[in-house]
Ligand binder design. Structure first.
Ligand code: DON
Length: 304
């Protein structure tokens, strides 16, 4: 169990790294964020949350939402229905790359690159009555925070600059691997990415990954074996083309977003969220990765 003082120390030690990364600006509304923000929160399986820095401030969760989407899909579909449409392998490409989808006939490598997340959003669109409202309800329940909302400005900005994601979806559709209307699915996907949550919200919401599938309120969200599988996918593909480096330095399953958040898990123990908007070359939070590295080293914990 980390102490408050350790989290304060982590924030103080990584703060000098601010200025070395670059805030995402390919979604214009994201470029407005203050690059000096830095926060960390930890939730342990006894339900306690502690944090330091800007850990209570909501930010754009972006690709971290892909963890929620896959989790919900696992509750709605047989595994075969999911894994016949998307793979489980690291892509070795950037998160929004198109080349592999053409070469591999419309089947994306994993559910965390944009192409794979769009397949999951397509699956959710088919089974969820009101996909945007339902996702919000699920995430509010997981985090225990009824005030979580979509940032409409970020969602609209993503939609206005959706050429690449639309191209990915249409390319998959051309191979017969996309069932619903592309624009409707894109809108859901952009809303999921545009959810605003704090480090405290996210560390609480992700507790089920550390706790055999049981959420903060004790509800079984997924089974222990499904939890293990989700963590395996996070460890291999959660940080995109930086997954190897992240495993080497941090040693926890994790998922990043271009808003600068990263969630990470020590199974059986705790879920963590860090936030610092400046990104490294793979689109992962630069100071956030350093903070997690320091935390895992200080605690002497790694899954390896
Ligand atoms: O679709 C996109 O490009 C963004 N909404 C999400 C990308 C993202 O967060 C990748 N993560 N590092």
């Amino acid at each position: 169990m980390p102490e408050q003082a350790l989290l304060e120390q982590v924030v103080a030690q990584v703060r000098p790294l601010l200025g070395q990364g670059k805030v995402a600006d390919y979604i214009p509304a994201l470029a407005n964020v203050d690059p000096g923000k830095l926060g960390i929160a930890v939730t342990t399986i006894d339900g306690t949350t502690i944090g330091a820095g800007d850990y209570l401030e909501p930010f754009s969760i972006q690709s971290i939402s892909k963890v929620f989407s896959l989790t919900v899909a696992l509750t709605l579909y047989e595994e075969q229905d999911i894994w016949s449409r998307v793979g489980k392998e690291p892509s070795g490409q950037s998160f929004n790359s198109l080349v592999q989808i053409e070469l591999e006939r419309g089947v994306p490598r994993n559910p965390f690159i944009n192409a794979g997340a769009l397949i999951i959003a397509d699956l959710l669109h088919t089974r969820l009555g009101a996909p945007k409202q339902r996702m919000l309800e699920i995430v509010r329940a997981l985090s225990g925070n009824p005030h979580i909302v979509y940032d409409k400005q970020v969602a609209a900005s993503e939609y206005d600059h959706s050429a690449r994601n639309a191209a990915i979806a249409y390319l998959m559709k051309s191979f017969g691997n996309f069932n619903n209307d592309v624009n409707r699915v894109l809108k859901n996907y952009f809303h999921y990415c545009a959810m605003r949550m704090s480090c405290a919200d996210l560390s609480k919401a992700m507790l089920y990954l550390a706790n055999g599938g049981k959420s903060l309120s004790g509800e079984a969200i997924v089974s222990p074996i499904q939890t293990r599988k989700l963590n395996a996918l996070l460890a291999t593909s959660g940080l995109y083309d930086g997954a190897g480096e992240f495993a080497y330095r941090v040693g926890m399953p994790g998922k990043s977003g271009v808003g600068g958040g990263i969630i990470a898990v020590i199974p059986g123990d705790m879920s963590v969220c860090v936030w610092s908007p400046e990104l490294d070359k793979n689109g992962n939070s630069l100071a956030g990765t350093a903070a997690l590295e320091m935390l895992s080293q200080s605690l002497g914990r790694s899954i390896f």
